[in-house]
Design a protein around this ligand. Structure first.
Ligand code: ATP
Ligand code: MG
Length: 776
């Protein structure tokens, strides 16, 4: 441990060695906050704190995995495996699954992603005969989401005249009814949406003191990274869990709070010292990530914000190159500039692609960058777009699997009941929904009793419904014995999905088939890691949960060498030697939607600060004079953020191509002494700018992290394989489930199974051939 502690500076050591009590580390970007959390966990373990008693909450599951890997090198892999680490959503989904019955949910509840939520909300709006131009699905979803994250349940909503009045004023008087309908339907379907995972955790901890006590006792040490971006719901969970031992360590940077639009509350970090007694406050000031130029430029930007905590950030790193600012004529040119610059940097310095990141404000901007990178044969990967698991063909197959696990899952059923086409039309579907609602049953229950319920479908349709029900039931039977891979493999064939996709020999069709294969491979990987668990349902359910909750970054195994393309929101906490921040134009960044108030503009500025501070060696800022947006070519002006940076840190360049394209912009015309450079503040040529060109105000806010995960094998490791002289009553330890007692042994030889009650409360039946158990 000593050896590792020497890798921290003194300011970092202080919070690392502060073992007990509430503490907060507030510090600027790149100063080692995440590093402190990592080493602190290792230190706690070296001081005898059991890994099972440590809970660490991170912004992505990838961050958690990296932290765990680092800790493993210090304390050893088998110990590090026992740590509870992950995003709020993934950690609390596990706990909820365990405690589901208390809240009236089945433990095999499935999870709706935003696409599923949208579909259900749209269906409800239609069923209620509301005007979908006024009741816009995504707006309604975001409203419901913000209610949930503020812990405003349906009941609370209808008790609050102000909220109802506000929705009435917004011409949406039925919002409460939609909310109620949505919540009821999710509950009946045995599903939770993302916000439920936090809301229901709060409900669990509030309504059941004994459950709260159990987890308080379990999580004696709690650590939270990126605390500035927690929402109210997350805040309350952390408060409740840390209330007993008060060993709570949060780290964050108010200057990097960028999720207010999703309900993040910067006051959580500002008020931390009021929430606990005797809070120790630590500050870190030395940045290890970036050059002096980048650190100073970033400081000069964030200085423009009025609402901020005073912080010092300095670095002992090299001066480094100035930040390069590039102007292009169009977004296409911008893409070509980025691609050729990456190409040149790579060639000149012999760098891997993974040293480069292109960051943008909105996902739509990736297209022109992609085109240019493709032309240059530079491999890239887009993070946070439509993720693998949201592609239609993948969601269709996953919906079959979800339906097997949880036949009440309404959205899953709707997706597959007539895919591949079975002649079950929309009218029949609508009637099923009506019948289900009037009987208070799930749609699948109606299907199973199709001959008993009153429903207006003819005998032909009835037969088709019966066939579908039988098909799903046969999958359920198979699920009793087969593993997730065998089942999925069978489902894609028996359901007709493969046959359907095979009909399409276009490149897109072939790609869809390949995606299905990739999905099956993913499930196989997962099963390999799960082999020891006898109960295959659990493993399929777990797989589906991982899929639903993984963020797009999680899919990155770090093996392929590619340029990373992502929104700035998603880049939080990451670092790259070369960073290109593109689309620095007024109305794009800062976004047109975020210039109404000072606080909105300040959030955009913090976003810019986050973007710039991702760069280690070199940052590029680029903008175009015109850009295709919403199908139209729109003139644009450079972002105010460029001008806000002290000019001494900037190097204004304009590529030769642009001068060739447009001699009017050639430096010579302006009498510039350096022909290769065009000064940034020079007036833009009027021919390229229509005065007051209208800019549409309909920019969508981008949700950063979407889901896409290749499941990770969970049980690799250097553990002892058990030779089967295990007896009832033995105490054993399992890598993932912890310590437990053997309740029962059954079977013989290669089929010997043990039923074990683990101290975390779960009972699992394990196949000893695979189980990684040690007798203790
Ligand atoms: P952000 O605010 O962006 O999340 P952070 O404060 O979490 O940043 P880290 O990511 O922990 O900062 O650290 C930034 C970089 O500096 C990392 O590459 C880290 O390994 C390195 N670093 C941090 N502290 C030290 C140190 N004492 N010696 C050497 N390198 C360090
Ligand atoms: Mg960090």
């Amino acid at each position: 441990m000593e050896k590792y502690l020497s890798q921290l500076n003194e300011a970092q050591l202080a919070p690392t060695l502060q073992k007990d009590g509430p503490m907060i580390v507030i510090a600027g970007a790149g100063s080692g906050k995440t590093r402190v959390l990592t080493y602190r966990i290792a230190y706690l373990m070296s001081q005898g704190v059991d890994a099972f008693n440590i809970l660490s909450l991170t912004f992505t599951n990838k961050a958690a995995r990296e932290m765990k890997a680092r800790i493993a090198t210090i304390v050893g892999e088998s110990e590090a495996k026992n740590l509870w680490m992950g995003t709020f959503h993934s950690v609390f989904a596990k706990i909820l699954r365990f405690e589901a019955d208390k809240l009236g949910y089945p433990s095999n509840f499935t999870i709706y992603d935003t696409q599923d939520s949208d579909r259900l909300i749209a269906a409800i709006i239609k069923e209620m005969n509301l005007d979908k131009e006024i009741y816009k699905t995504k707006q309604i979803r975001s409203r419901i989401s913000s209610y949930k994250n503020s812990l405003i349940t349906v009941k609370a909503y209808f008790r609050n005249p102000e909220l109802m009045e506000a929705d009435k004023m917004a011409r949406r008087p039925r919002l409460g009814d939609i909310y109620k309908n949505y919540v009821d339907r999710c509950f009946k379907a045995g599903v939770m949406d993302f916000d439920d995972l936090l809301l229901k955790t709060n409900e669990l901890l509030t309504r059941f003191p004994e459950v709260l006590a159990k987890y308080q006792d379990k999580f004696r040490y709690i650590l939270v990274d990126e605390y500035q971006d927690t929402n109210h719901s997350q805040y309350l969970i952390v408060r409740a869990l840390s209330d007993r031992f008060q060993n709570i360590c949060v780290v964050g940077d108010d200057a990097q709070s960028i999720y207010a639009f999703r309900g993040a509350n910067i006051n959580n970090i500002l008020n931390f010292q009021k929430d606990y007694d005797d809070v120790k406050l630590f500050r870190l000031e030395q940045n290890y990530r970036s050059t002096k130029n980048i650190v100073n430029a970033a400081n000069s930007i964030i200085d423009k914000n009025q609402t901020k905590l005073d912080k010092i950030v300095w670095t002992a790193n090299d001066e480094g190159a100035k930040i390069k600012v590039n102007r292009s004529l169009t977004d296409g040119d911008e893409g070509r500039f980025v691609a050729s610059s990456i190409f040149e940097n790579k060639m000149q310095n012999q760098l891997p692609n993974s040293d480069f990141a292109v960051l943008y404000r909105t996902n739509a901007q990736s297209r022109s960058i992609e085109d240019a990178l493709r032309k240059r044969d530079i491999p890239y990967r887009i993070y946070g777009g439509l993720s693998f698991y949201q592609r239609k063909e993948i969601k269709d197959v996953l919906s079959y699997l979800r339906l097997i696990i949880n036949p009440a899952d309404e959205e899953a059923l709707k997706r597959v009941i007539n895919y591949p086409a079975r002649g079950i039309g929309q009218t029949t579907m609508d009637r099923l929904v009506v019948a289900a609602n009037s009987y208070g049953k799930t749609i699948f229950e109606v299907l199973q009793n199709i001959d008993q319920v009153e429903i207006n479908v003819n005998s032909g349709a009835r037969n088709k419904l019966r066939d579908f029900t039988t098909l799903i039931e046969s999958f359920q039977v198979m699920n009793q014995t087969a593993n997730a891979f065998e089942l999925a493999d069978h489902v894609v064939k028996a359901s007709g999905v493969i046959r359907e996709l095979n009909k399409d020999s276009t490149p897109e069709g072939v790609a869809r088939m390949e995606n299905i294969e990739e999905l099956l491979n993913g499930i196989k990987d997962f099963v390999e890691g799960q082999k020891e668990i006898v109960d295959a349902t659990a493993s399929l359910a777990e797989f589906l949960e991982d899929v639903a909750l993984a963020t797009d970054l999680d899919a990155d195994k770090g093996d392929a060498d590619h340029v990373a393309l992502m929104t700035i929101h998603l880049a939080k906490g990451l670092e790259f030697p070369y960073v290109y921040i593109v689309g620095l134009e007024e109305d794009l960044f800062p976004s047109a939607m975020s210039m109404g108030t000072r606080s909105e503009l300040e959030e955009e500025r913090r976003l810019f600060y986050v973007a710039l501070t991702r760069a280690e060696k070199q940052a590029y800022l680029t903008y175009a004079l015109s850009r295709y947006r919403w199908g139209k070519l729109i003139d644009s002006e450079p972002s105010r953020f460029i001008e806000e940076i002290d000019e001494e840190y900037l190097d204004i360049i304009t590529p030769i191509e642009e001068r060739r394209f447009n001699p009017m912009l050639d430096a010579d015309i302006f009498g510039d002494p350096e022909p290769n450079k065009v000064r940034f503040k020079k007036p833009v040529q009027p021919t390229f700018k229509k005065k007051g060109a209208p800019v549409s105000k309909v920019e969508k806010k981008v949700l950063p992290a979407s889901k896409n995960l290749k499941p990770v094998s969970q049980t690799k490791g250097n553990t002892n394989l058990f030779d089967s002289n295990l007896v009832v009553g033995n105490m054993v330890e399992h890598l993932r489930f912890g310590k437990g007692e053997v309740l029962k042994i059954e079977g013989a030889g290669a089929d010997t199974k043990a039923e074990i009650k683990f101290n975390n409360g779960g009972v699992k039946k394990l196949l000893l051939r695979f189980a990684k158990l040690e007798v203790i």
